[in-house]
Design a protein around this ligand. Structure first.
Ligand code: HEC
Ligand code: HEC
Length: 310
């Protein structure tokens, strides 16, 4: 009997030590790690900083726009589940911003999540592996342009303070994405409405990130393989910290079934529902979408298979 107790006690002790070591590992490991950085050579000659600024206003600004009116960064409300996450200064300041990033290094970071120092930026900085090379070039031309919002700002954001959840995910789940050498040179032609709309919704604006089942089961390389693709259900948090479920955007009656293209345009441009009530955060207005973009995204979403689910 005594022996049995001793054995149990030892096993229990071993268990406690194992759990404590796992916690210590998660808490103190270097979250960023060290990854190879293999930037490609980019051709910015045909790029348009104005188009880059327009895209950035819809996909970068809500995190990186600072209180001084430049892209000097700030606290990322969207990432509050992971602790205090700060989007850094990405103005042209050589030390406090990203003035000394080369175009290839910016492209590498946006596609893979790996920064120029080899550290991995967890997916609270969303990756865009499928972005067309021309869109990437517009964004980088904007970051390197003489537009006021990217001129050097001295601001230094506080260091991100990830919580244990973020640390555990970083230890066991978060992964850089392999560099996608097969990104298309250009978006599909706008005359092919469904292909163009699919590109916009998935690769450029990442609508499925929120409007599928869960961030954790999204497939960034093949979005169509994401669980509950555009069927909604993803549990998000609104400004008051309340749960908000991402709605279904398939043509099912629970989704866009009863929506006209004009209703859809109002939801995107003004963040208003059919009845005029406001859509809540984290749905943001996409005020700078061109008519042809809205029309193409609508055509794409309403051609998806009807699926129930939220
Ligand atoms: C949801 C918030 C969010 C959005 C949207 C976002 N970022 Fe970031 N970004 C971050 C955070 C947070 C980091 C810091 C990541 C880290 O180091 O852990 C970051 C890091 C960066 C860096 C690296 C800076 C450095 O000091 O190494 C660059 C460059 C960058 N972002 C550019 C962009 C561009 C361009 C866009 C739009 C295409 C964009 N980001 C969209 C949150 C965001
Ligand atoms: C950051 C997460 C997020 C992203 C990205 C996002 N949405 Fe949403 N969207 C939401 C949430 C949450 C709601 C619900 C808001 C509410 O009910 O107040 C919503 C609501 C909507 C609605 C209204 C649907 C309804 O049934 O009321 C439409 C239409 C919509 N989004 C389209 C889009 C499109 C198109 C994109 C990409 C251009 C997009 N969303 C990107 C989170 C997001």
């Amino acid at each position: 009997m005594k022996i049995v107790w001793k054995i149990l006690l030892i096993l229990f002790g071993v268990g406690v030590v194992a759990v404590l070591s796992a916690l210590a590992y998660v808490r103190f490991r270097d979250m960023e790690g060290k990854h190879p950085v293999e930037p490609r050579t980019l051709d910015l000659s045909a790029s348009d900083p104005g188009e880059g600024a327009r895209i950035a206003a819809m996909v970068c600004q809500h995190c990186h726009l600072g209180s001084d009116g430049t892209m000097s960064g700030g606290l990322v409300a969207d990432a509050s589940a992971f602790g205090e996450v700060y989007a850094p200064n990405i103005t042209q300041h050589p030390e406090n911003g990203i003035g000394d990033y080369t175009p290839g290094e910016i492209d590498y970071l946006i596609r893979t999540g790996i920064k120029r120092n080899g550290g991995y930026a967890p997916p609270w900085m969303p990756n865009s592996p499928l972005l067309a090379q021309s869109d990437m070039a517009h964004l980088i031309a904007w970051l390197k342009s003489d537009r006021p919002e990217v001129q050097p700002s001295e601001v230094v954001q506080p260091k991100t303070r990830p919580n244990m959840l973020a640390r555990a995910l970083a230890a066991f789940a978060f992964q850089p994405i392999p560099y996608n050498d097969n990104a298309p040179a250009q978006p599909p032609a706008s005359s092919d409405k469904i292909a163009f709309g699919g590109y916009l919704a998935n690769a450029r604006y990442g609508c499925y990130h929120c409007h599928s089942a869960d961030f954790a089961t999204n497939d960034l390389m093949v979005p169509e393989r994401s669980k509950g693709f555009y069927q909604g259900g993803n549990q998000l948090t609104d400004e008051a910290g309340e749960k908000i479920t991402a709605p279904n955007l398939t043509p099912h009656p629970d989704g866009l079934g009863g929506w006209s293209e004009a209703d859809f345009a109002k939801a995107l441009r003004q963040a208003q529902r059919q009845d005029g009530t406001m859509l809540r955060y984290p749905m943001r207005p996409y005020a700078l979408l061109a008519d042809e973009e809205i029309s193409a995204i609508y055509a794409y979403l309403t051609h998806l298979p009807q699926a129930a689910g939220n």
